[in-house]
Design a protein around this ligand. Sequence first.
Ligand code: 13P
Length: 254
Amino acid sequence: MTNPSRRALIAGNWKMNNTVRECVALALAVSAQGRPGPRTDVVLAPMFTALLAVSEALKGTGVAVAAQDVHWEEAGAFTGEVSAAMLEDAGCTYCLVGHSERRHGLGETDQVVYRKLQALLRHGLTPIACVGETLAEREGGITYQVLGRQLDALLEGASEAVFGGVVLAYEPVWAIGTGRTASPRDAQTAHAFLRDRVRHRLADAADRVRILYGGSAKADNAAELLAQPDVDGLLVGGASLDAASFARIIQAAG
Ligand code: 13P
């Protein structure tokens, strides 16, 4: 971790996997084996039904809990949805928004992601807001246009004080679940682009905002990704489902 002013963050996105019992067992194994350094935060994101059980199991361990999604309304007739207040009540302190599996698989727009981000901020939950280009966009030479558009939508009306606490995750869609990781240099270029774009609007927040890399991050490539000056942590899918491999990733953060 080359920028000592920001704490590292290693996040495990468990996606739609495991039973509640399996989630609790995995969370306990991660907290026992993970041993983060003094400047590293660890967060686990199980599915909705396991949030309460996992957050109770992790009490006192220092490992935080994230939800994978949220609805922007406070309460009411929104069948199947879960509000930020409900996530807070279930022990979450973080929540993903704008994951590519929701943007591309479920049609979430930049505007929807923005409304979700705002709902989290109203409740003091830390958003982990994901951005990233598809393979077609990368090959079409519009990676930075896409990242810029997705980030600008999140920055709408943002203040220095609040946005500095937001976590961004650069997750190139072509690297997710494919075993194909962005090179450390490509990841650094994208992260530096995102930080500069934040700086353009919010000079102070830019140095505080943490930017995670996600997309086939694993124990074997964690250290070289984390060595990049603008890579502040990792958002890990597949490799977070195994406690030993996730523990090695946590250790790579120092
Ligand atoms: P993989 O690590 O399985 O590629 O998933 C990345 C991801 O989508 C994390 O949110």
